[in-house]
Write a protein that binds this ligand. Structure first.
Ligand SMILES: [Fe+2]
Length: 239
């Protein structure tokens, strides 16, 4: 499998390029609108054809590059079916893999950061990789205090689903604010300060409740923008 981890510094977002070496079909997980030119350049440099964009969830901190990439390449836009976003071309469900050439992407329903959030599992044949969006982060997790988030639900998603993957499964998060790029299920199970080392559900909920995070700067623009798949807002007449 062809693989690139790309970074957008303003929102510390990772975008992941996965592609089939035989057919050249590629997918971009969680692309960012401002990085359209970079994403197109990487796809072209690698001699690939973008087949899909793929969202883990409706983001509150950046606008997706899905529509821009679809207009530029003719790709299809994909994401969780339960988001029920009309502008999206393909809705995914757990148990129904998305095939991109020889690459098979398995959706895992991992709510808690948002109620429709999904992670994506890929088995390259030599190792497993899970793209955890804003569910499980390295030494952390996505916030649960807005946008249908729920700490108990996130705890269950991580413990019952992600932590049951093999320990050597590589974790690729949707964000990292300290330059960390990859972890493993075994490492987060042992060391994640919020969720690892046998931390219980009540302890996790208390940690999340006590965070008192600031209101996200871009949420009022980003969420409606992402519900339009990143298309610009319709012009208002002022009437
Ligand atoms: Fe998010």
């Amino acid at each position: 499998m062809i693989f690139r981890q790309l970074f957008e510094p303003a929102s510390s977002t990772y975008t992941y390029l996965l592609a089939c070496p035989e057919t050249g079909a590629a997918v971009l997980i969680d692309p960012v609108a401002e990085m359209l030119e970079r994403d197109l350049r990487v796809v072209a440099e690698l001699g690939l054809r973008l087949a899909y964009t793929l969202e883990t969830h409706v983001h509150a901190d950046h606008i997706t590059g899905a529509t821009g990439l679809r207009e530029a390449t003719g790709c299809q836009t994909a994401g969780p079916a339960m988001d029920e976003i009309p502008c999206r071309d393909v809705g995914l469900r757990e148990g129904e893999p998305l095939r991109v050439g020889s690459v098979e992407i398995y959706p895992l329903f991992t709510p808690g950061h948002t109620d429709c959030h999904h992670s994506y599992l890929v088995d390259t044949g030599t190792h497993k990789m899970v793209f955890t969006g804003d569910g499980l982060l390295i030494d952390g997790c996505g916030r649960t205090d807005f946008q249908s988030g729920d700490a108990t639900t996130l705890y269950r998603s991580i413990h019952d689903k992600l932590f049951t993957l093999p320990d050597d499964t590589l974790i690729y998060p949707g964000h990292d604010y300290s330059g960390r790029r990859v972890s493993t299920i075994g490492q987060e199970k042992a060391r994640n300060p919020r969720l690892g080392g046998g931390k219980g559900e009540a302890e996790f909920v208390a940690i999340m409740t006590g965070l008192h995070l600031a209101y996200p700067q871009k949420i009022d623009v980003a969420v409606p923008g992402n519900l339009r798949c990143g298309s610009p807002a319709p012009a208002t007449t002022g009437e």
